[in-house]
Design a binder for this molecule. Structure first.
Ligand code: PLP
Length: 631
């Protein structure tokens, strides 16, 4: 009809042509994908996903790409015109998939699990289709109501005290889904801060809120996740990072001592974050001691972070690890880590929702509604206003697996971790360094930190397994986490075989070196070692790693930190003799030259054979044209 109007004005031919091209643009712009095409493409996508999941084990666990790989493969500008689906999907295969680290791969043993299951994926799909933004009850009533109910189900299943359950008669508490454990800890700290400032203001009503900040102190252990530091940084409060006992557990006495010292100095303890299942070694803080200490300081808010291990409380045999939870003001666990629910789904409960919301409430008229008084408005429970319908996927998962199915899933991971621990303990070259109670085993080769770094670098470089390191009590350890939904004994045996194979290769390299140094060409000029910072980011690819320099600068030998002071200590240069290292390096260089390998072959072999440190030095040598095959 637009065309008709235009032509009836008897425009010149050129003008009509121009108008038609505009019209085409208009039509194209609204094209996107219609229902019919979505039906077809959606089914294809489900097939694609199933093939991906079933075929995972034939892929490398981690990608073999360099930073910036994608920039050269994609156009510099966004497409002006629509592209067809086949072209897009072919780019998924050729350009996207090569850069994926496969977290659902049966040989992925790094971090904690990234929850995933078909019912959860379907829940998210439906939620995306409904596409509501449930910031208030009125904005989409079921979005709020299902969230409250499912959080009650799950809270009861893991054995939270009745006060945390919204449906308990007279309850002031309840649960909510946040995006991440970091967010749960941040909002807890903000609520605690508001409460502490309110208390202090009673004595000094004329003072500005911000004037109280320098007196507020939060506490966590040296094993707590770095997100507690981040929360302290955002909240502009001091954080005291406390020592743990030999089992990496924060004890009540340590906390009490520090809090009393702080009070004596005129500071005000206001927040404690205890952890059930730390990231580094899955240790458990002693809540039965920490809780009573917190009660002695009435303004203190006790938060309990069970991001990973909290899910395991669904099994009655694990509930003893939560003893003392009755002292907590808030608790979080992430079903998107260890309960088969896709990111994001961090479940968070408070004992008293008013204490939480009073720190976060803003209520402009356009967001108010007639049922504000009787209904929950989750926008007051967190930072974002907009909220997805995340309860659907949790509801799907709980219903499809049932509590029994979820218990079997957790138990299978715990059992397999025990099997892995047994294998490690049988090999006298290794030691297990944590109490294996969940799905995480921390182990190390008896020897230097460097030896362990090299072992991990060589395994990860092979693409056959993926694990990450951590520092536990100042020692470099390797974390092996059971991750895949259907992990089984064969996966554990396979992982152990790979680890043993790489260990034997690595140790033979070290032994050859010790017994019979290989004669080498005249000592080559060696480029100075790369700066420490670069090396550390490669080796300690962990949430808290910092450079040694930075650590030294910030290290005051005090445990009191303002905001985000780095707390992981990179290990010292270990005891590898530089001469030995030169010899190994030259042997490798010879080996590469004599075999006259192509660049790709060299890179492949380097990934599987060379240790990260040697690889660094070879890269440095390459810039001097010593080994021109090596990139
Ligand atoms: N707390 C613990 C114990 C963790 O292990 C982690 C992450 O692994 C976090 C907090 C941070 O979790 P998120 O990524 O959900 O913020």
């Amino acid at each position: 009809s637009k065309l008709y109007v235009i032509s009836s004005y008897k425009l010149s031919e050129m003008a009509i042509e121009f108008s038609i091209s505009q019209l085409k643009t208009y039509v194209i712009l609204i094209q996107g994908m219609d229902t019919q095409e979505f039906r077809a493409r959606g089914k294809e996508m489900v097939d694609y996903i199933c093939d991906y999941m079933d075929g995972l084990s034939s892929r490398r666990v981690t990608p073999n790409v360099e930073p910036g790989y994608l920039r050269n493969m994609l156009p510099k500008e966004a497409p002006t015109h629509p592209e067809d689906w086949e072209t897009i999907m072919s780019d998924v295969d050729r350009k996207i998939m090569p850069g994926v680290a496969h977290w659902q791969h049966p040989r992925f043993h790094a971090y904690f699990p990234s929850g995933n299951s078909y019912p959860s994926i379907l829940g998210d799909m439906l939620s995306d289709a409904i596409g509501c933004i449930g910031f208030s009850w009125a904005a989409s009533p079921v979005c709020t109501e299902l969230e409250t109910i499912v959080l009650d189900w799950f809270g009861k299943a893991i054995g939270l005290p009745d006060e945390f359950i919204a449906s308990t008669p007279g309850s002031k508490g309840g649960g909510v889904i946040q995006s991440s454990a970091s967010e749960c800890i941040l909002v807890s700290m903000l609520a605690a801060r508001a409460q502490a400032i309110r208390n202090l203001k009673k004595e000094n009503p004329d003072m500005e809120d911000s004037a109280f900040l320098p007196r507020l102190v939060a506490y966590c252990s040296e094993e707590a996740h770095s997100c507690v530091e981040k929360a302290a940084m955002i909240s502009l409060v001091k954080l005291r990072i406390l020592e743990t006992d030999e089992k990496c557990s924060l004890r009540g006495e340590t906390l009490q001592q520090k809090m009393e010292d702080d009070v004596a100095q005129g500071l005000v303890p206001f927040f404690v974050s205890a952890t059930l299942g730390t990231t580094g070694s899955c240790s458990f803080d002693t809540l039965t001691e920490i809780g009573p200490v917190c009660r002695k300081f009435p303004a203190v808010w006790l938060h309990v972070d069970g991001a990973y291990a909290g899910n395991a409380m669904i099994c009655p045999e694990n509930k003893y690890l939560m003893a003392g939870i009755q002292y907590a003001d808030s608790f979080n666990t992430n079903p998107n880590k260890w309960l088969l629910v896709n990111f994001d789904c961090s479940t968070y409960w408070v004992r008293d929702r008013l204490r939480l919301t009073s720190a976060l409430i803003v209520d402009p008229l356009y967001l108010q509604h007639a049922n504000s008084d009787e209904a929950i408005d989750y926008r007051h429970w967190g930072v974002p206003l907009s909220r997805r319908f995340r309860a659907l996927k949790l509801w799907f998962v709980i219903r499809k697996y049932g509590i029994k199915g979820l218990q079997s899933y957790i138990r299978n991971h715990c059992r397999l971790a025990k099997s892995f621990e047994t294998l490690v303990k049988k090999d006298s070259r290794f030691e297990v360094v944590n109490d294996v109670r969940m799905g995480l085993v921390c182990f190390r080769l008896r020897g230097t930190d460097r030896l362990n770094q090299d072992l991990l670098a060589s395994i990860n470089g092979s693409g056959k397994l993926h694990m990450i390191p951590s520092l536990v009590k100042g020692r470099y350890i390797i974390r092996f986490c059971v991750v895949a939904e259907h992990a089984n004994e064969a996966d554990i045996d396979h992982a152990w075989e790979v680890i043993q194979e790489h260990t034997s290769d690595l140790l033979s390299l070290y032994t050859i070196e010790k017994i019979a140094p290989i004669p080498v060409k005249p000592t080559p000029e060696i480029t100075p070692k790369p700066p420490m910072q670069r090396k550390l980011t490669r080796r300690l690819s962990f949430t808290r790693s910092v450079s040694k320099e930075m650590y030294r600068r910030s290290m005051s030998r005090s445990s009191l930190h303002d905001g985000a002071t780095p707390i992981i200590v990179p290990e010292d240069e270990d005891n590898i003799n530089p001469e030995q290292e030169n010899t190994i390096f030259d042997t490798m260089a010879d080996w590469v030259e004599r075999n006259d390998l192509t660049l790709n072959e060299t890179k492949e072999k380097a990934g599987t054979t060379f240790t990260a440190h040697i690889k660094d030095r070879m890269n440095a040598a390459m810039t001097k044209n010593r080994i021109n095959h090596y990139e």
